[in-house]
Ligand binder design. Sequence first.
Ligand SMILES: [Zn+2]
Length: 120
Amino acid sequence: MGFYLIGEEPEPKPLCVICTEVLANSSLKPSLLRRHLETRHPDHKDKPIEYFKRKLEGYKNCSVSSYLSAFNADSKLALETSYRVSFRIARSGKAHTVAENLIGPCAKDIAMCMLGEKAA
Ligand SMILES: [Zn+2]
């Protein structure tokens, strides 16, 4: 039915492999799992079991730990840079397009002047 058990005994919880929502332990009854599938994902209810297995593999491959470990140092710095700029834009109340229209070109000019063509 598209669920994977997570958590520890005696209260494992079902995780929906389609929306990754974790349901309560009390939702482990087949009728409740079926209701989630039929009401939340009616277009997936008749899919073959292989479909749900592929979804589960996709979920496992994209889990937070494997996602974070894939980042190298440059990616982490790029992520932090992006976060810091986004945070300043949000705090200023300006439209997010200011990053594309003004901050990006300014950062490129700064990199060009300070570090050279390759860095820009
Ligand atoms: Zn779901």
